[in-house]
Design a protein. Structure first.
Length: 135
């Protein structure tokens, strides 16, 4: 449901998935995570201005409280060139996700300046697509 009496910049999408104060954007994209000089490939499951959900190999040895860096490239809106995002965070949870994979939830401790713009642009694209499907 949209809005619920809110207007302007207060308007937000409310659903079971997005119960937090920051909009959580579902995003299946490639990323590189780094910890202590070691890097591994990961998949971004979702992202917000305050956190990121990842899926990676359990062999990387991530545990609650560890600090990690995340890098990924993506286009913002109609830009021709992808933007490189560099984020840092603290691991809050590591949950087994099938054979040798884990889902990792992190609170961001340092976010790229363009992250909010990227999330807002993607959210707007999703709302437009949903509205066009109804019509």
């Amino acid at each position: 449901e949209i809005g619920s009496g809110l207007v302007g910049s207060e308007m937000c999408i409310r659903d079971r998935y997005n119960r937090r104060s920051e909009y959580r954007l579902p995003l299946m994209g490639d990323a590189i995570i780094g910890m202590g000089g070691t890097t591994k490939d990961a998949i971004i499951r979702d992202i917000s201005r305050s956190g990121i959900g990842l899926m990676c190999d359990e062999g990387f040895g991530l545990e609650r409280g560890m600090h990690l860096e995340v890098q990924f490239k993506t286009k913002i809106g109609w830009s021709a060139q992808p933007t490189l995002f560099r984020l840092e965070g603290t691991v809050l949870r590591v949950i087994p996700a099938g054979k040798s994979r884990v889902n990792v939830g992190c609170r961001l401790t340092r976010a790229d300046a363009n992250l909010g713009k990227f999330i807002a642009t993607k959210q707007r694209e999703m709302l437009t697509t949903a509205r066009n499907k109804k019509n």
